[in-house]
Design a protein around this ligand. Structure first.
Ligand code: ZN
Length: 195
């Protein structure tokens, strides 16, 4: 029996999600179709809402319904502390750990000669512009990957004289922030060191 083309399309789209291959995409599609009222329709509505409402924050690169985002406009957060992350997932990880009360800057990736990611493809210009507006400390919260550890010294160079710190203990080599538990991330953040 051939699978209907709508279902095939659903499976193909699901298979593009990170962590899902064709096999898990088929299982996910089937789960959705079997739970039409409790899963498929609410998910479909949530996707449509997100597609219509979510924007990239023009200041920091976070994803939110407003631009500037809720973090950038939160007056209780210290605008003189700027934490640089590679991706929105890392920002979310730090927010889950609830250890940082400054603002963020999402680079949009990390330098990689292999993948052709040059400084021009990252939001470095935006970072320098924000630092000029009055920042006391830039915290580099890069992943402990080769790319992250290539990006940190590059940023230190272009940031010049400003105080720059980076995460220290607890971030395993090859580790991505998004995969760390909150305790480890919290310890690494507090033990950040000056560069
Ligand atoms: Zn923002």
């Amino acid at each position: 029996m051939a699978i209907g083309s709508e279902i095939e399309r659903l499976i193909q789209l699901l298979a593009k999600l990170p962590g899902l291959g064709p096999r898990s995409a088929r299982r996910a599609a089937l789960a959705l179709l079997k739970k039409r009222d409790t899963l498929l329709e609410p998910l479909s509505a949530a996707l449509a809402d997100a597609a219509g409402a979510i924007k990239t924050c023009e200041v920091c690169g976070n994803l939110d319904t407003a631009s500037p985002c809720a973090i950038c406009t939160d007056a209780r957060r210290d605008p003189h502390l700027l934490c640089v992350v590679e991706d929105v997932a890392d920002l979310w990880a730090l927010e889950r750990a609830a250890i940082f009360r400054g603002r963020y800057h999402v680079l949009g990736g990390a330098l990689s000669a292999l993948d052709g990611v040059t400084p021009e493809r990252l939001n470095v210009g935006g970072l320098l512009a924000r630092v000029k507006q009055g920042v006391d400390e830039v915290i580099l919260a890069m992943n402990a990957t080769v790319e992250g550890q290539t990006t940190a010294p590059y940023l230190m160079d272009v940031l010049g004289d400003i105080k720059v710190t980076r995460l220290a203990h607890g971030v395993p080599v090859g580790g991505e922030l998004d995969y760390l538990d909150e305790g480890t991330l919290s310890a690494a953040f507090k033990a950040r060191r000056a560069l």
